[in-house]
Design a protein around this ligand. Structure first.
Ligand SMILES: [Ca+2]
Ligand SMILES: [Ca+2]
Length: 574
């Protein structure tokens, strides 16, 4: 009842367009691994001391004092931190402060993120095109197949001598990109990369994982099966005549709020572009490395991916400035990006690591490359992450340079975290972009690359804090992942979740999150606040704050796996 009441309260304050009264105590609603840093954000209105109650044993497990109050600029709220990292005993708990409401219940345990990690991967399965989702895999979210995509037309913008306008090609499979039903190569790039990086860096976690997908029980790990669903589609987006890659496979306009099998209308492959070719080249080079040990299961696949990568790279070198823009008759997602030096660097890095050929190392221009938190249109950070993972393939000076630059970014992010009232890396308005939850998770992804080199515990703790943030330690007291936590989104901008007649949204999706841009259509309800961290509504119309997307789920998969794999095990401490 308590949780039902909380839901009601949130809905009421959002519809009244007033500032929502958040929970008094916000923390990660799934809980913590025994060896993790454990923090809660507490309203400054209460007493100075906190206590953690062991719910099952009915006793006080830990007492402590709150840190001094400080204002977190993105929400304008004064908060005090409770640090209960010293509590390591597995169990069920809640946190209390005199004068305030109790925290949501949480768990300390060895597998607290196993389910959310599996669900975040399974979300990709739920967004598969060209296949029915059967009840034995999809439960109440089962649905007929949508978009066979076996007869896709070549749009005028993509016409070539061997494939004139109107030629039908077959381009099935792949994941729907987001809340819509289109498939975009550029956004597939960073998404597939991030999932494969999780596999490359933490394979033990995924080897025995059972996602209950159609391929469960075959001879490949389920994570790789899921990624192959999109890689096989991506391979069909390359023109065999010249190595160029179509930017997207799309309707001319967005579908209505229908199930995938109810949509009508022609599908097109649209214009080749440099960013698409380079993201494709990077991903195929990366995938070629990952699938090399699976030659027996997938004969020839690794070599085919490597050849596809090289062909796309050559096309991009010959066509270095083809920045995509939607043709006038195509009105779906653009993923336009005119700044292509980061895509060149990423593709060169992956091809160098896969082939060892000096020409790619030269094209990479490592010494002059900046390092930044990655996003779909700014992928240079992915080059640094792959180089950091494979320093054994680099010269000594290159390996040293990579370590220095990656840990430099890690130090910078950990510095912001330490100085933050909420103990978070997202400090300024610029961190609350469209898809701010994924931006935060990508900050954590870079912190983890750094922690793997430096073993500086602050960097791991800062990454943990990001996971805490998206799972509840935020001013709205929301877990931003559907189906997880005590208060999670119920109305994501996701056509199947809106149209399937099932109350609960498809589980395992992280929504974009607070976005002070508030770029929704005028008929959407007003946001409760203009402040960055409060700019959120749980409404199906809100693509600006409440949509789902493959490139937002991928870093949730990565970070939840990394925290699970890297947090020091405390067997000896029990
Ligand atoms: Ca499998
Ligand atoms: Ca770019």
């Amino acid at each position: 009842m308590k949780h039902a009441f909380r839901f009601g309260l949130l809905a009421a304050c959002l519809s009244a367009a007033s500032l929502c009264q958040a929970d008094d105590i916000a923390l990660n609603q799934l809980g913590f691994l025994p060896g993790a840093a454990k923090l809660a954000a507490v309203s400054a209105r209460g007493a100075d001391a906190f206590r953690v109650i062991d719910v099952r044993r009915g006793r006080v497990a830990l007492e402590g004092r709150l840190a001094p109050a400080a204002t977190w600029e993105p929400s304008g709220q004064a908060v005090r931190l409770a640090d209960f990292s010293a509590l390591k005993l597995p169990g069920h708990y809640l946190l209390q402060v005199e004068g305030l409401g109790d925290s949501p219940g949480f768990e300390i345990g060895d597998n607290v993120y196993a389910e959310v990690n599996a669900a975040a991967i399974k979300a990709f399965y739920f967004n598969r095109a060209s296949t029915p989702l059967l009840p034995q895999h999809a439960g109440r979210w089962a649905r007929p197949a949508g978009h066979a995509d076996d007869k896709v037309l070549v749009h005028a913008s993509a016409a070539s001598a061997s494939r004139p306008e109107g030629t039908a090609i077959s381009s099935p499979k792949g994941w729907y990109d987001a809340g819509d039903y289109n498939k975009y190569i550029v956004n597939s790039g960073i998404s597939v990369y991030t999932l494969l990086a999780a596999w490359e860096q933490f394979p033990e976690l995924f080897k025995a994982q059972n996602l209950n997908i159609p391929e469960t029980g075959n001879s490949l790990p389920d994570l790789l099966d899921e990624v192959l669903w999109n890689l096989e589609w991506m391979l069909t987006m390359q023109d065999p005549a010249d190595g160029g890659v179509y930017h997207k496979l799309t309707n001319k306009s967005f579908d209505g709020n229908q199930m995938p099998h109810e949509t009508r209308g022609e599908r097109y492959v649209v214009a080749k572009g440099t960013a698409a070719a380079l993201d494709f080249a990077a991903v195929m080079a990366h995938a070629s490395r990952v699938f090399k040990p699976f030659e027996a299961q997938r004969p020839g696949l690794s070599a085919r991916m490597r050849e596809a990568s090289v062909a796309a790279w050559k096309w991009a070198r010959a066509n270095p400035q083809v920045a995509y823009k939607n043709p006038p008759d195509v009105r779906t997602g653009e993923y336009g990006d005119a700044k292509l030096d980061d895509e060149f660097a990423w593709a060169a890095a992956e091809l160098y690591l896969t082939t060892g050929e000096a020409g790619y190392r030269e094209a990479l221009k490592l010494e002059t490359q900046p390092i930044r938190v990655p996003s779909w249109g700014d992928v240079v950070g992915l080059a640094w992450a792959s180089l950091a993972q494979h320093r054994d393939k680099l010269s000594k000076p290159d390996a040293d340079l990579v370590a220095k630059r990656v840990s430099g970014l890690g130090d910078e992010l950990a510095g912001s975290w330490k100085a933050s009232a909420y103990r978070l890396t997202m400090e300024s308005k610029t961190d609350f972009v469209w898809g701010s939850n994924a931006h935060a998770l990508n900050q954590a992804l870079m912190l983890i690359q750094s922690y793997r080199l430096s073993s500086d515990r602050a960097q791991l703790d800062a990454a943990q804090s990001v996971l805490d943030y998206v799972l509840g330690r935020n001013p709205l007291g929301m877990s931003y992942v559907t189906g997880f936590g005590t208060r999670a989104p119920m109305h994501p901008h996701h056509r199947p979740s809106e149209a399937d007649g099932v109350d609960a949204p498809v589980p395992g999706f992280i929504v974009g999150g607070p976005n002070p841009g508030q770029q929704d259509q005028k008929n959407c309800p007003a946001y409760p606040s203009k402040l960055p961290a409060l700019s959120y509504i749980d409404h199906g119309c809100s693509y600006a704050a409440n949509e789902v997307a493959i490139n937002w789920n991928a870093p949730l998969v990565y970070v939840s796996a990394a925290i699970q794999a890297l947090t020091p095990n405390l067997e000896s401490a029990r």
